[in-house]
Design a protein around this ligand. Structure first.
Ligand SMILES: [Zn+2]
Length: 468
């Protein structure tokens, strides 16, 4: 009815009641104003504050815990009990509490103050991802207050160290308390997203690339720079990087990107739509692959990428360098391992003077990367897809719902590797040009936030309401 009255695609989305809106506001403000950066913040303080909110709303003490490897990196795990005797395994929601560093002098407002201005909420974490943390807690409270009983348990894990730090909460929980978060599948609002500008999409993450850093190192005896010799550590590394610059990994497709390109072909127009169709042909049209590869975002989901990100070498202006090294950062297409990519780099550089070593998240260097391949995409579950499609249609009529492969990395890599299929679904609409995650003056539209509150509430209920 409401939508029938809208002349344009911009319809009044369903709205929450006043109590829910107030809760949503207060919880969001509280989270933004608790500093959860790796340097000086504490996710434990935020985890405890959210635990208290749930206890106050009537969740039993036994179902809400705060735990972690040390006193600054706490995680909150809360279990919303489903129908007694349900044979269904739980659904898990993972959402990180930590935020990227933010300096007061870089920002127009204090990043750790919740500021409402010009129709936006400002503060570090308003996009990534305290908005979704607050939404999950608000919706848990609302469902509890109205006595909703889902067909399975819903577990909410608010966690540490997704962005930085050495105490990743999802990883830690899986290794130390798997029973607390074990689930049939997971939702992670950190990825996926609603784009209200053209093309209008509701994207959900169905798979992601694998992250890998590699050290490229050359060493030399060195010597006096007045007596140069051809064998120079800096030249070895420079030549390797020049070869990398010219190199592109082959174009690849999987079930998720195939569907993504097919859907995008329907909403794009002209040459671009034709190119999207042409790369799906067998064999793919090479010219179309080339044209689309010029677009950074398309390129990132078409292949493995590797790029030089750090460089150092030499020890004095008047000495031959004894050492030069670079970091090459790769985003690996699912189905390949870090070791496979390391061997490809060795082959590409084709220089016995160079070593190419895998650098772990903690900085450790090894001669052999992991043989673990990025997980093949999990099947798109009917219950998740149907609930998402039907609820999204109410909030964003006319938008295309489509699966995406995340080019970056999220905590879903941990749950997916643990055998828990994970879907990135966020209900907060952000325009492409307003992507400020990790950046300065991070903000979210006030309306978009409240719509997200209502969307996730309806989505969770649709997902966990027993079929009649
Ligand atoms: Zn994030």
């Amino acid at each position: 009815m409401v939508c029938a009255l809208c002349a344009q695609a911009v319809c009044a989305a369903p709205e929450s009641d006043a109590v829910t809106r107030k809760n949503a506001h207060d919880i969001f403000k509280q989270l933004i104003e608790i500093n959860t950066t790796d340097s000086v913040g504490s996710t434990t303080v935020a985890a405890q504050a959210m635990a208290q909110r749930l206890l106050d709303a009537g969740f039993p003490k036994a179902d809400v815990v705060v735990l972690g490897p040390n006193d600054r990196k706490g995680n909150m795990v809360a279990r919303y009990r489903g129908k007694a005797g349900s044979k269904l395994k739980p659904v898990l929601i993972i959402a990180h509490l930590d935020v990227v560093e933010a300096k007061r002098e870089d920002w127009s407002t204090d990043p750790f103050q919740f500021v409402e201005k010009d129709g936006y909420f400002y503060g570090r974490g308003t996009q990534d991802m305290k908005d979704s943390d607050a939404i999950a807690v608000t919706d848990f409270i609302r469902m509890k207050k109205e006595g909703f009983v889902p067909n399975r348990d819903i577990i909410l894990a608010l966690t540490a160290d997704e962005e930085n730090g050495k105490s990743n909460g999802v990883d830690w929980l899986l290794k130390n308390h798997r029973e607390l978060i074990d689930a049939e599948f997971a939702l992670n609002p950190d990825s996926g997203g609603v784009r209200p500008d053209k093309p209008q999409i509701v994207g959900f993450e169905a798979t992601e690339k694998l992250y890998g850093d590699f050290q490229v190192l050359a060493t030399n005896p060195g010597g006096h720079s007045s007596l140069p010799i051809p064998d120079n550590a800096i030249y070895h590394v420079a030549n390797a990087l020049a070869a990398l610059q010219k190199w592109t990994f082959p174009f690849e497709l999987n079930a998720v990107t195939r569907e993504y390109f097919a859907q995008m072909a329907k909403i794009e127009t002209g040459q671009r739509a034709a190119d999207l169709r042409a790369i799906l042909a067998t064999p793919p049209d090479e010219k179309a692959v080339e044209r689309l590869s010029q677009d950074t975002h398309m390129n990132a989901v078409m292949r493995t990428t590797c790029v030089a990100t750090m460089l150092s070498g030499g020890h004095a202006p008047n000495a031959l360098p004894g050492r030069a090294e670079a970091n090459v950062n790769c985003r690996i297409f699912p189905g390949h391992s870090q070791e496979e990519i390391r061997l490809q780099l060795v082959k590409l550089f084709n220089d016995p003077q160079l070593t190419v070593r895998y650098r772990s998240d903690t900085g450790e260097l090894t001669d052999h990367g992991s043989d673990r391949k990025a997980m093949a995409p999990p099947p798109l579950r009917d219950d998740v897809m149907n609930s998402l499609r039907s609820v999204a249609a109410k909030f964003w009529p006319g938008f295309t719902v489509l699966p995406i492969m995340e080019a970056g990395a999220s905590d879903s890599i941990h749950t997916m590797n643990a055998g828990i299929p994970s879907y990135g679904i966020s209900g907060v609409a952000i325009e492409r040009a307003d992507d400020r995650a990790h950046g300065r003056d991070e903000r979210v539209k006030i309306d978009a936030y409240y719509t997200g509150v209502e969307f996730y509430y309806q989505f969770l209920k649709a997902l966990t309401t027993p079929a009649p």
